[in-house]
Design a protein around this ligand. Structure first.
Ligand code: MTE
Ligand code: MO
Length: 328
């Protein structure tokens, strides 16, 4: 009989289970090693106080607060060693302008948002247009992906998403040869969304080039931290394109169209001198009103921003020959 203490005996069950789940996503790189911040001036965080965004409720026993001696399991971090941002912070510090421009106010204003029934119409330049309901979406095998989410406002989070590659959905509808871009649209419902006013041209629209959309990193997320998405995170279905500024990751999608012309996003229409179509994370291209060289991560430390948000290996081929200083 082994005298060893099982991790499950000293770790709250829920935390333990989620550690097991996300290890698969973290991969061998950090397995068994301490989390050490990979870049910038962020202090090494072997045990790390729970990362908490400003205004979010601090957690008592968030996963990131586990001592390194708790188990031989991998620390909960991305592949660069940045600790996961706590669920509480992810759920209480949001950008979702359809509800409010106050990041700490989205969660409560969106709490009764109806995310079921829901349908997503996929059409445009495709051979097999189709409307997906929630059961249809649930047929796609769910994967776990730990991604950095880098807002153009220079804050970021590390989020364990659940979802499936957009490429799998696109393969089902069969884009025609004329299709060059994918256009996404968020629900527009003034009865449920108190923020639908201001200088913006609703609904929220975003777009990707078709080859960007087909890249394996591009996720349609249905959950995070192993739970279904909450309304404030873009339930029931949101895009995640982690090498681009966060505003590209459109929430609560109701339409996906394959189109020939580059879509005009809400942000391009609102401030064309500040927001472009590509919006690739680039520390060398400052926002007209602030630097993009660094970012505040998880509400704690400040780190250097990485070109293509650290996903250069996966996506740099998409931009060969393009002037990325121009295509902010
Ligand atoms: N429909 C819609 N999608 C949206 C936004 C929004 O206001 N409306 N905000 C974007 C911005 S600016 C960011 S940084 C991310 C924030 O995602 P999070 O709240 O899940 O962190 O959502 C993006 N998706
Ligand atoms: Mo953002």
């Amino acid at each position: 009989m082994s005298a060893k203490i099982l991790p499950s005996e000293i770790t709250p069950e829920e935390v333990y289970l989620s550690r097991r789940r996300f290890m698969r996503g973290v991969g061998a790189l950090v397995a068994g090693s301490l989390v050490v911040a990979a870049c910038g001036d962020q202090a090494p965080t072997p045990a790390g106080p729970a990362a908490t965004m400003p205004g979010a409720t601090p957690t008592v026993a968030g996963p990131a607060a586990l001592p390194p001696t708790a188990s031989p399991l991998a620390p909960m971090a991305d592949e660069l060693g940045n600790p996961l941002t706590t669920f509480e912070a992810v759920a209480n510090y949001n950008n979702f302008y359809e509800f409010t421009t106050r990041k700490e106010g989205v969660a409560s204003l969106a709490q009764d948002f109806r995310t079921s029934p829901w349908s997503v119409a996929v059409g445009g330049l495709v051979n097999k247009p189709r409307t997906y309901d929630l059961d249809d979406l649930a047929r796609f095998d769910s994967e776990e992906r730990i991604y950095r989410l880098r807002c153009v406002e220079a804050w970021s989070m590390v989020i364990p998403w659940n979802g499936f590659p957009l490429a799998k959905l696109l393969a089902e509808v069969e884009p025609t040869p004329e299709a060059k871009y994918v256009r996404f649209e968020t629900l527009y419902d003034p009865e449920q969304m108190p923020g639908l006013n201001g200088p913006y041209k609703w609904p929220y629209v975003e777009g990707l080039r078709l080859d960007e959309a087909m890249n394996d990193l591009t996720l349609l997320a249905t959950g995070l931290y192993g739970k279904p998405l909450l309304p404030q995170s873009g339930a029931p279905l949101r895009l995640v394109a982690p090498w681009k500024y966060g505003f590209k990751s459109i929430k609560s999608i109701v339409r996906i169209d394959l189109v020939e012309e580059m879509p005009v996003s809400l942000w391009m229409a609102a401030a064309p001198n500040e927001y472009g179509f590509y919006a690739n994370v680039n520390p060398d291209v400052d926002h007209p009103r602030w630097s993009q060289a660094t970012e505040r991560i998880g509400g704690t430390g400040r780190i250097k921003t990485l070109f293509l948000n650290g996903y250069e290996e996966e996506v740099a081929y998409l931009y060969e020959g393009m002037d990325l200083k121009k295509w902010f």
